[in-house]
Design a protein around this ligand. Structure first.
Ligand code: SF4
Length: 437
């Protein structure tokens, strides 16, 4: 087990309570906590209670008592939390009490007892801003842990080991539970989403009474059967990614690919130990857009990798211009303790890195502004994230939460977060769209 904080979890009650438990556990895992199988190892224990009948209440109180005795730090949630005195009269030592579906309160109570691990952009799957409970209408779905690659700037394989995929039946059960609990968008995350199932040799599992293969194609196919937007993150550019583009074109899942290409220069990619065929990648991107013209591609790049020359950097700039990648996250190289890249020669001075970062972002901003401008006048479906004063803040299929743009809507209507709206785009800037409902 890693050094990450650990949460013990006891889930009592009916299937609805189980869905609540899954929702809380999903969020805790995304925040970096591990789920402990026993009391001794846990930094805190959450008890999701049932308060339906007297015997269920008695069972819940007994479970709380046992957790207090064995661990001492206990947070209570679920149906019995409707009436907190029933719990605190018997167990005044409990640290917090919340009711059913009060996910935010439970997760915040865990944060208060033991802070989540600090965000590390090199190893975390969820953006820093995401280390809070996601709003109820979207959720991250983690499909695997670890990675089989050896990128020289990354220590994930050392920290988290080789790829271990969750069986597809288990992933689908969690996804279905999240959708049942009101989630409208699932963000599929892992260290290497397109490698899903390779470790288990694409073994068979079961979902909905039928056999399902644990592989990337079946994952996308079955997730697409749910009543939710499905967004894929952290795709490695394997050839089999091509197969899912028709499903995107047909609207089965969102036409959105998050592929961290990291660089485009052959020399830099080789020294990163990443696939080093930028020309092939360019051709594939053009083909993907032929199959799915609405495709949004998001990517991340590292500038200033050790040994990156001005010519290497210009190759990267040309790649971004040629492929017109829709969304770009750009990181300045910084050494990670234990990464092999630290031993490479010719580290790039900070001022050169800063200058390259500015140049890349300037090119990207222009591409983004031009591409968004072409959307003015279009009608599109957006998902509402929040209401801020009189303004509705939503996202289009091209926008992942926290990292991409927004659609800002002026309307006098009563709108709730989590609603889908059909809007007309009336304006655009570098990153955001403006719309009317
Ligand atoms: S693909 Fe490379 S960067 Fe991504 S987790 Fe694996 S080793 Fe790290």
């Amino acid at each position: 087990m890693s050094d990450n904080p650990k949460v013990g979890f006891i889930s009592l009650g009916c299937p609805k309570a189980l869905v609540d438990s899954e929702r809380i556990l999903t969020q805790l895992r995304c925040d970096g906590y591990e789920i402990s199988p026993n009391y001794d190892n846990a930094d805190v224990v959450v008890v999701n209670t049932c308060g339906f009948i007297d015997s269920a209440k008695a069972e819940s109180l007994a479970a709380i008592g046992e957790a207090l005795k064995e661990n001492g730090k206990v947070i209570v949630t679920g149906c019995m939390g409707h009436n907190p005195q029933e719990i605190t009269e018997v167990h005044p030592q409990v640290l917090a009490v919340s009711g059913p579906q009060q996910y935010e309160q439970v997760v915040n109570a865990v944060h208060d007892v033991v802070s989540p691990p600090a965000h590390d952009p090199y190893i975390d799957l969820v953006p820093a801003q995401g280390i809070k409970l996601t709003p109820r209408h979207y959720a991250y779905l983690k499909i695997s842990e670890g990675c089989n690659h050896n990128c020289t700037f990354c220590i994930i394989p050392d920290l988290r080991g080789k790829l271990v995929s969750r069986p597809l039946g288990e992933v689908m059960a969690e996804a279905e539970g999240l959708v049942r609990s009101g989630v409208k968008e699932l963000l599929v995350v892992s260290q290497d989403t397109s490698a899903y199932g390779i470790d288990s040799k694409f073994g068979l599992g079961f979902w909905g009474g039928r056999p399902v293969k644990t592989d990337f194609y079946s994952l996308v196919k079955h997730l697409g059967e749910l009543e939710a937007w499905i967004r894929l993150h952290y795709i490695y550019p394997y050839p089999h990614v091509d197969k899912i583009l028709p499903m995107m074109a047909e609207g089965h899942i969102l036409p959105y690919l998050d592929i961290p290409f990291q660089h485009a220069s052959h020399t830099v990619l080789k020294s990163m130990r990443r696939p080093a065929h930028a020309e092939k990648v360019i051709n594939r991107i053009h083909k993907w857009r032929e199959v799915c013209p609405d495709l949004t591609i998001r990517s991340t790049f590292i500038v200033g990798f050790p040994g990156e020359t001005e010519q290497d950097f210009e190759t990267l700039l040309d790649f971004v211009k040629e492929t017109r990648i829709d969304r770009v996250g750009c990181f300045k190289y910084s050494p990670v303790d234990g990464a092999k890249a630290n031993a490479l020669d010719n580290h790039v001075p900070n001022e050169v890195m800063d200058e390259r970062w500015d140049r890349l972002m300037e090119v990207q901003q222009k591409i983004s502004a031009e591409k968004l401008q072409t959307k003015v006048g279009q009608k599109m479906t957006v998902l509402v994230d929040e209401i801020d004063d009189a303004r509705v803040i939503a996202r289009s299929p091209a926008d992942a939460p926290e990292i991409d743009g927004r659609v800002l809507i002026t309307t006098g209507e009563e709108i709730e977060p989590g609603e889908f709206l059909e809007v007309t785009i009336t304006g655009a800037d570098e990153y955001d769209l403006y719309a009317e409902f």
